[in-house]
Write a protein that binds this ligand. Structure first.
Ligand SMILES: Nc1ncnc2c1ncn2[C@@H]1O[C@H](COP(=O)(O)OP(=O)(O)OP(=O)(O)O)[C@@H](O)[C@H]1O
Length: 598
């Protein structure tokens, strides 16, 4: 509860700073509406008693007062509702959503984006930013509703203390509502996975990239069936919980209604025996009716506030997670200007969150400064994981990576990344101008045409630019009326992007030519080998190339062979062929395959 109060205090301060007039207006309108409710009921009693006593003037004046205050009450309620929406839209929603996006984007690793517990909460928070922002005003409204209840009880208590027992009946729906909400909350958490699955399947079935494969494979109907099943599963669980919540709610209200009827009968009985006036009956009806409304809204707002915990909890969890992650990030040291010894893996192991099998298992090897290191191995052997660890996307579970003897974890991540360049196999397709899609490889030089042209040359992409309608300024991506590139052309664009930095210490090419034809592949490897040598003399950079095609990496200074996350062989091509192990086997299989197809 303390944490919720702190969050609301934070939101209130923010709202007050940004929109003091809206906040002031909301509080004033709400206070006036509480006073108007009491004034309306008292005027009604006055009007009835004055009329029965044949005091025409006061009776008319009181009746007018009752009507007026009644009208004003509705007006003020409408105004507070409008002001509340404005405040949520103008302050809470904008700032909250921005902060969430900022927080998620600034986490330096990637593992949070692969953890289902993290993603579940992001889904809840992203879909319910409104509810989180509104929870402050729901709780403020709940406080005013409680004040309304107290005023009503004071009025009832002055007529007959027995009427105070209505409060006990009023509390029942609140408790019953809580029971129902708990069931809904549990059902939502229990079905979050099925819900995510159906959305994933839906997106898969409607995305153009997957569409081609699905049509050829004819698996569209199967996907639609699976999506329907997942949707039904999620909805079944949620609908059951909502029905149970509704039953709880109705039972609570039934009890309150019984109490209300008993209270009214009591007052009528006493007036019939000469205790009190007919106006008292009117006052009781009006106040008890208002009490019913106030309690109803107090319950609704209180449950709104309580149910906001369903949204606030994941939000606070994410904030804590981001804070803890920032605290865990140790590094503040600058990366060296020039690499002298190299990058060393010291018994490094890493398993992805939620998996037991290590993706890297006790890797112990040095990548010497100035060398070209090739990583080979079968699918899923850990090649990409190794380069992701080098880019600090994940932290080793055990062991460490050192850069010229200094723990990579101690290096400032931004600084280290500013001295790294990487093209990954799941390269980004940036729908910007071609120049930007390349220039973004080095944000500080995003408009440096000369640098961009140089990167295009390095990636052997000049002929691609020559074919684009507006050269470097061509817009990419059909969604934005630009040109759509082929897979190979997107990959070359990504390669050019990775070549923007002139002085990296680490240059990673993860399957850089998977989407390219064989002549382009050879040309690119020749260029990047040359580039690696240039970089080596300037910064001692280590160039890491991940490749399936063994023939392309025979010129590497060091070849690492990974098998199920373990480093099984390491050496030059000649050494490994002589060794006659896995590398030699796979190399000869590939060489024979090329010879027989060629
Ligand atoms: N995000 C992830 N979450 C869980 N497991 C993962 C994740 N990424 C990879 N893995 C698993 O880790 C192991 C190593 O994967 P990695 O991508 O490093 O292999 P790879 O050698 O690069 O494979 P490929 O040649 O197919 O690119 C595999 O078993 C893979 O299934």
């Amino acid at each position: 509860m303390k944490r919720y109060l702190a969050l609301w205090a934070e939101l209130f301060r923010l709202s007050w700073r940004k929109e003091p007039r809206l906040v002031g207006g909301l509080l004033a309108a709400r206070t006036a509406s509480v006073a108007a409710v009491a004034a309306s009921a008292l005027s009604l009693r006055e009007a009835v008693d004055a009329a029965l006593a044949h005091h025409a003037g006061p009776a008319v004046a009181a009746a007018l007062g009752a009507a007026l205050t009644y009208g004003v009450t509705s007006l003020l309620r409408g105004a507070t509702g409008g002001l509340r929406i404005l405040l949520v839209e103008k302050v809470g929603l904008t700032d909250l959503l921005q902060q969430i996006h900022r927080d998620i984007a600034t986490v330096e690793g990637l593992d949070h984006l692969e953890r289902t517990d993290f993603l579940d909460r992001v889904t809840v928070v992203r879909n319910s930013a409104w509810g989180i922002a509104d929870s402050l005003w729901a709780s403020v409204d709940a406080v005013f509703n409680v004040v309304e209840v107290i005023v009503a009880l004071v009025l009832l208590g002055t007529m007959n203390p027995w009427l105070l027992f209505l409060l006990a009946f009023a509390a029942v729906p609140l408790w019953f509502d809580q029971r129902g909400l708990r069931a809904v909350k549990e059902a939502e958490t229990a079905t979050a996975e099925a819900f995510r699955l159906q959305r994933h399947l839906f997106e898969l079935a409607t995305s153009p990239s997957a569409g081609k494969e699905l049509r050829v494979a004819g698996s569209g109907p199967q996907l639609a069936r699976l999506q329907q099943e997942a949707w039904d599963e999620a909805m079944r669980g949620r609908a059951r919980a909502r029905i149970s919540a509704a039953v709880w709610k109705m039972s609570g209200w039934g009890l309150f209604t019984a109490g209300f009827v008993a209270g009214l009968a009591l007052v009528a009985h006493r007036v019939a025996h000469g205790h009190g006036t007919v106006g008292d009956i009117m006052l009781t009806v009006a106040v008890a009716n208002n009490l019913r409304e106030s309690v109803h809204f107090a319950v609704v707002r209180a449950t709104d506030t309580a149910s906001a915990s369903r949204l606030i909890e994941p939000y606070l969890w994410l904030r804590d997670w981001v804070t803890a992650d920032r605290a865990r990030v140790r590094g503040g040291e600058k990366a060296p200007e020039v690499l002298r010894a190299g990058i060393a893996f010291e018994n490094v192991s890493y398993a992805y969150p939620g998996t037991d099998r290590p993706a890297l298992d006790g890797v112990d090897v040095t990548l010497p400064a100035g060398s070209v290191v090739a990583i080979v191995g079968e699918y899923g052997s850990g090649k990409t994981t190794l380069v992701k660890l080098l880019a600090k996307f994940y932290r080793p579970d055990s062991g460490r990576i050192t850069v010229d003897g200094r723990d990579l974890a101690e290096l400032d991540t931004e600084d280290w990344r500013s001295r790294s360049s990487a093209a990954f196999q799941d390269f980004g397709r940036l729908h910007t101008s071609f120049a930007e899609a390349v220039g973004l490889g080095d944000l500080a030089h995003v408009e440096d045409r000369e640098r961009i042209a140089e990167a295009v040359r390095a990636a052997d992409a000049e002929s691609l630019v020559a074919r684009l309608p507006d050269g470097l300024d061509s817009q990419l991506g059909r969604e934005f009326d630009g040109v759509d590139l082929s897979e190979g052309q997107w990959q070359k664009t990504a390669l050019a992007r990775a070549s923007m930095r002139p002085d990296p210490l680490l240059f990673v090419l993860d399957e850089p030519t998977a989407s390219l034809d064989a002549p382009s592949e050879d040309a690119i490897f020749a260029r990047y080998m040359q580039r690696a040598r240039d970089l080596a003399t300037r910064t001692g950079a280590v160039t890491v190339i991940v490749s399936h095609r063994f023939s392309t990496v025979t010129g590497a200074d060091l070849i690492l062979v990974l098998d199920h996350g373990r480093l099984t062989e390491a050496g030059t091509h000649e050494e490994l062929v002589l060794l006659g192990g896995r590398y030699a086997d796979l190399y000869s299989i590939q060489a024979n395959a090329y010879a027989s197809t060629g």
